[in-house]
Ligand binder design. Structure first.
Ligand code: PBG
Length: 342
């Protein structure tokens, strides 16, 4: 008897399509953008080929492309003209992010606009909050920081953001932001919480892109230890209790186990952030001719979906959408299985 022969179902492309368990759709993608203060700026990011810091007046082509590809959402980061110890440009209504939100809203009203809420791009020291007085300690004060994160969130909601995404890893940030949004009348603005964000080496290229490298110390006193899985669940539990509408695990590739467990235990929409280093690794290897970029990128994305993420924030968003969409012509669903088109 020829039983236990899984290869029978791998024999033809049509059979493989039929038994494929996971699909990647354009609907799952979120495109990050770096908006810089000033005008006439298109400043390529060396370690993130294909990405650039853009001033608000240079956003249109990028937004049009994203909208034409039917990517449903963008995630905005700001690089301000002025930094100070408390990151006050972060809540300036004329800062790069509020300006970008208003511009995108006008240009592509159908796009979901997510604003990252953190102050590391806005503080002179590059930490994600207000520092204690001890010089050089890098000790971020939790509760005073909540107040400034809430101000940033309200400024982005005032400008028209659909979703705010707190990434500072301060305790209580979701509750503080929810209260501030509600008090300002923004009861319809949702919170996507970076619930389990790890102190990761894979953020390296982002820090160049966002000019947010800490001037001293590191983020291990607020971001999580990569060794800790149970603690990640505790973080998620707290954020759910504080009123998060969606949760996120970050980075993605090295944390698929966390994504999988969170998916099983919680019922909120789950996002995963394929971070700058994950993107840079594939890009660099592809440039050297060591990896097939498209296959490696799509495989990494399908793995994140298979682990259980509903949405993926990825610097491959436009590429992936392009790889998916042509394969889709004639297909009704707007979805692709990774094998298609190769
Ligand atoms: C800011 C923030 C970081 C990222 C997103 N928001 C960097 C950090 O914590 O140092 C990283 C994103 C990426 O690497 O793509 N708090």
């Amino acid at each position: 008897m020829h039983i236990n022969r899984p290869r029978r179902l791998r024999r033809t492309p049509a059979l493989r399509r039929m038994v494929c368990e996971t699909v990647l759709s354009v609907d799952d993608l979120i495109a990050p953008l770096f908006v810089v203060a000033g005008s006439d700026i298109v400043r390529p990011i060396r370690s993130m080929p294909g990405h650039a810091q853009l001033s608000v007046d240079q956003l249109d082509p990028e937004i049009n492309e994203i909208a034409e590809l039917r990517i449903p959402a963008v995630l905005l980061f700001g690089i301000p003209g002025h930094k100070d110890p408390i990151g006050s440009s972060g809540w300036d209504p004329e800062g790069p992010v509020p300006q970008a939100i208003r511009a995108i809203r006008r240009l592509a009203p159908q796009l979901t606009i997510i604003a990252d809420v953190c102050v590391c791009e806005y503080t002179s020291h590059g930490h994600c909050g207000i520092l204690a007085d001890t010089p050089g300690s890098g000790d971020v004060l939790n509760d005073p920081t909540l107040e400034i994160l809430a101000r940033c969130a309200v400024a982005y909601a005032d400008a028209g953001a659909d979703i705010v995404a707190p990434s500072a890893m301060m305790d209580g940030q979701v509750a503080a932001i929810r209260a501030a949004l509600d008090a300002a009348g923004h009861t319809q603005v949702a919170i996507l919480s970076y619930a389990a964000k790890f102190a990761s080496a894979f953020y390296g290229p982002f820090r160049e892109a966002a000019e947010s490298t800490p001037a001293f110390g590191d983020r291990r006193a607020y971001q999580m230890d990569p060794a800790n899985g149970r603690e990640a669940l505790r973080e998620v539990e707290l954020d759910v209790a504080e009123g998060a509408d969606m949760i996120m695990v970050k980075p993605a590739g090295a944390y698929l186990d966390i994504i999988s467990t969170v998916r099983q235990r919680y019922h909120l929409p789950l996002a995963a952030y394929q971070v700058s280093g994950e993107y840079a690794m594939i890009k660099a290897a592809a440039q050297l001719g060591w990896l097939d970029e498209r296959r490696a990128a799509l495989e990494s994305l399908i793995a994140i979906r298979r682990a259980g993420a509903d949405m993926i924030i990825t610097y491959f968003a436009k590429d992936a959408a392009r790889w998916i969409v042509p394969a889709l012509r004639g297909d009704s669903q707007g979805r692709v299985k990774v094998e298609d088109g190769r």
